[in-house]
Ligand binder design. Structure first.
Ligand SMILES: NC(=O)c1ccc[n+]([C@@H]2O[C@H](COP(=O)([O-])OP(=O)(O)OC[C@H]3O[C@@H](n4cnc5c(N)ncnc54)[C@H](OP(=O)(O)O)[C@@H]3O)[C@@H](O)[C@H]2O)c1
Length: 296
């Protein structure tokens, strides 16, 4: 049997790193691609080859797909409320992944597996989700074999709730009653690994438990052993702030628009994941400095 040769973009990310471990355990050749040199040091010794480049820059990844038969992209702009990077979701997710798609076409890459996001009627129109759906369309039109894995919220994106819980105050947009079944990064990585060689065009991935947004916040309070207080902030406040920030900080503007919509409408996908949020929160709460499990 020939060894599968894979380019894994976004290998330093919450999902990408878990997938790297799974693929290497299977004996695949994995060349990683990520952007920040310091983050990529944790890949040394695990990946077969490590490439560091900003894929959103023209020409930066033109040779990255040489000699690989499959690309798996977990590359995307981070979804935490960080002020570090200002580029919009379109300018990272669509631009960088389009560069990879173009390089894949030139290199004769056989398959493109893309980590997208589960769309829901209440938030599919937002700029964050639209960037994922636009990228799906570009891959679909390329003629390359593909699978799109679409998770709901990934637990790593909820880690900030532990910080809020420690402070005893949890802010939840809207009335807190919208339902979701977030999913563990390892469960998402397993779904990606399952479709690397072939699989359905679209694979939605939800976690084991459907909860309201208030119940998610209460789980965070439980993890730190506090009763805590939930404050419901009108979603309009997030939307208005998003509009104000549009020209100043496009990333934060996109994220606030998405947060206002996704937390006030249902985001539920078939329950493929098995790992419960309660255990993940307990692990984050127990980790020094609130790092997410797996974070370096
Ligand atoms: N988190 C969620 O709740 C959630 C839910 C559904 C879908 N998704 C989607 O899943 C994908 C991965 O999510 P995640 O939470 O694993 O993300 P993450 O932890 O922020 O990881 C993102 C990865 O992409 C890399 N990257 C970002 N910009 C890059 C660029 N310009 N050039 C090269 N590499 C770049 C990062 O590299 P560096 O470490 O070098 O920055 C990192 O390896 C994203 O597209 C996200 O939208 C996330």
């Amino acid at each position: 049997m020939t060894t599968q040769r894979i380019l894994l973009a976004g290998a330093t990310g919450a999902v990408g790193f878990e997938l790297l471990r799974l693929l290497r355990a299977r004996g695949c050749f994995v060349r990683t691609l990520s952007r920040v040199e310091a983050n990529a040091t944790r890949l040394l010794g695990l990946a077969s080859e490590v490439v560091v480049a900003d894929a959103a820059e023209p020409g930066a990844v033109s040779g990255a797909l040489a000699g690989v038969d499959t690309i798996v992209s977990c590359l995307g702009a981070n979804v935490s409320m960080t002020l570090r990077e200002r580029r919009s979701y379109h300018d990272v997710d669509v631009v960088a992944n389009t560069h990879l798609l173009e390089a894949a076409k030139r290199s004769g890459t056989r398959r493109f597996v893309y980590l997208s996001a589960q769309p829901g009627p209440g938030y599919a129109h937002t700029r964050y989700l639209a960037a994922h759906l636009q990228m799906e369309e570009l891959i679909r039109a390329s003629g390359i074999s593909f699978s799109f894995v679409r998770p709901t919220g990934i637990y790593s994106a909820l880690s900030d709730m532990i910080r809020m819980a420690r402070a005893g105050l949890g802010t939840v947009p809207g009335d807190g009653l919208a339902r979701t079944n977030p999913v563990h990064p390892v469960d998402v990585a397993e779904a990606l690994a399952e479709v690397v060689a072939g699989g359905p065009d679209v694979l939605p991935v939800g976690g084991p438990d459907v909860m309201t947004r208030d119940e998610v916040m209460r789980l965070a309070f439980d993890a730190v052993g506090k009763k805590g207080l939930i404050v419901h902030v009108p979603a309009g406040v997030f939307r208005a702030t998003s509009v104000l920030l549009a020209g100043i900080h496009p990333r934060l503007s996109d994220l606030l628009e998405f947060a206002a919509a996704v937390t006030t409408s249902d985001s539920v996908a078939p329950a493929r994941g098995t790992r419960p949020l309660r255990a993940y929160f307990a692990e984050v709460a127990g980790a020094r400095g609130c790092k997410s499990p797996g974070e370096g």
